[in-house]
Write a protein that binds this ligand. Structure first.
Ligand SMILES: C[S@@+](CC[C@H](N)C(=O)[O-])C[C@H]1O[C@@H](n2cnc3c(N)ncnc32)[C@H](O)[C@@H]1O
Length: 342
């Protein structure tokens, strides 16, 4: 904390007055704005005290210095002139895709989008800020993302040694699946043939191809836009030849009983694709089956789903990937198909 001279800006004119004090260089940007009763206390630069005094009553106060503030505090400080109901719901976490930051912005903030975006861009040091409006939808899991600041929307995310190049407004990205991507990276697939039935841009394919010891990975994706980035990422990560990209419906993948491991990274209608997975898996192979279930029901539901297509299997483990809805989670089950499976 340091002692500062502050302008007492009445709350009802703060949204116009504070940006003016900042843009005219009267506000001291190294100290934090605070609130007292019906006033915002805006620290003033020593050499501009006369200018501030001509407009507002001044007071002496203690203020936190900006350098000691977290990014969250700095964003909040930059938007100190916003109405309280907007400041109260400003997102305090974000995801980075290279030079792009993605925030979840409540509807009431959309009207303030550009100014909010600029504050996040300045504090987080990114070129573009995008607002995730309503998650992903449809067969292709298209994102509903709005650019609120900047123009560049394609960038490269580096995650656990894998480079993912994509356009955040055109391709889905599930930040909640990071641990699962990491788990796939660490899975021992030495010498295996792997099939990723829902590859998108290579979210599971790439860590497996780069780090797990797999011999080859067939990566199937139906959405041409995602597939285009999949091709780009195969080159970017140096796994050309090891990853065999396939554009189209995974139910048309040719061949039977050739896969040691199959990833079914889809939820809600995953079971419709299980007969196809069963036709591709070798006896003794493993299926990573993703789906959503009410919490507590996952084990018996997965047992029932597999019992309909296979008479001999073992559930090696089930893990919660992320929460999906109240009392419903996204799970992944590692299911080993028996050697005796005929
Ligand atoms: C939920 S996303 C996969 C998410 C990914 N596993 C992850 O963890 O980030 C499903 C993807 O499968 C693709 N897809 C849907 N149906 C398909 C099909 N029949 N064949 C191949 N790809 C399909 C969609 O276009 C979408 O990109």
């Amino acid at each position: 904390m340091k002692k500062v001279t502050a302008a007492m800006v009445p709350q009802d004119i703060a949204s116009e007055a504070i940006p003016e004090l900042i843009s005219e260089g009267i506000a001291d940007r190294t100290a934090k704005i605070s609130k007292e009763g019906k006033f915002k206390l805006v620290p003033i630069s020593q050499e501009r005290i006369a200018d501030a005094k001509a407009r507002f009553e001044l007071c002496e106060t203690m203020a936190h210095s900006i350098e000691r503030m977290t990014p969250q505090e700095r964003i909040s400080d930059m938007l100190a002139h916003f109405p309280e109901e907007i400041r109260a719901v400003l997102p305090m976490k974000w995801e980075f895709v290279g030079d792009v930051a993605i925030i979840k912005l409540p509807d009431i903030c959309i009207g303030y989008g550009e100014e909010i975006g600029k504050a996040y861009a300045d504090v987080l040091g990114v070129k573009t800020v995008c607002a995730d409006i309503s998650g992903i939808s449809g067969e292709f899991r298209r994102p509903s993302i709005q650019t609120i600041y900047g123009t560049l929307t394609e960038s490269v995310r580096l995650e656990n040694g894998v480079l993912y190049d994509f356009d955040v407004t055109r391709v889905m990205f599930a930040s909640g699946n990071t641990d699962e991507r990491m788990r796939m990276r660490g899975t021992d697939c030495t010498g295996e043939t792997v099939v990723d039935m829902f590859a998108v841009i290579g979210y599971f394919t790439l860590p497996i191809a780069k780090f797990s010891g797999a011999r080859r990975v067939f990566a199937c994706e139906k959405n041409p836009e995602s597939y285009w980035f999949l091709l780009k990422n195969i080159k970017l990560n140096g796994v050309v030849g090891k990853v065999i990209p396939m554009l189209g419906d995974n139910r048309r993948i040719p061949g039977e009983r050739f896969a040691d491991r199959i990833i079914m990274g889809y939820v809600q209608t995953t079971s419709e694709f299980l007969p196809k997975a069963m036709s591709m898996i070798r006896p003794g192979g493993t299926i990573h089956y993703h789906d959503t279930f009410p919490t507590g029901e996952q084990e018996h539901r997965i047992t029932r789903i597999f019992s309909e297509v296979c008479n001999d299997f073992e559930i090696l483990g089930i893990r919660e990937v992320k929460s999906f809805a109240p009392s419903v989670s996204h799970y992944v089950a590692d299911v080993r198909i028996s050697d005796r499976f005929a």
